[in-house]
Design a protein around this ligand. Sequence first.
Ligand code: OFO
Length: 168
Amino acid sequence: MLKETLTKAFSDQVNKEFYSSYLYLAMSAYAEQTGYKGIANWFFVQAQEEMAHAIHMYQYIMERGATPGFGVIQAPPTTFAGIHDVFAQVLTHEQYVTESINAIATQTMKENDHAGYNFIMWYVDEQVEEEAGINDILAKLSNFGDDPGFLYSLDNELAARVFVNPFP
Ligand code: OFO
């Protein structure tokens, strides 16, 4: 059975994953309302992924015989200072999530919970991928973000993203 301390850590993380989903939905709405339908799609897919993370982690707590804790999910910001600002805020948020996931990994090691460690390592890798993807978009925005032609092609590129359930 998952220890109480780890149950709390995993439950808090479930809340953060739900918040991430909510944040990306707000970003999707902003992008759509400012005319970037492809970027809105990218955020919508991201919101679905975060929801999948939350549910996956919730199910893991249950599978380990523990009772998940529930809390308030904070309201996300809804106004942004442009597309570059949105992605800059995504990076800051994902760095915060990475720290949180790493702290859980450390805690599972300290508490000798090998199964929990194994579970959370998927998320450690996932955060590396997520940060790399955002850094890539941010680098392009820094280099070419003032060019409307680039923003048009970025919007088209991000329109192609499709949700694939990471835990089928
Ligand atoms: Fe759940 O991966 Fe980002 O936050």
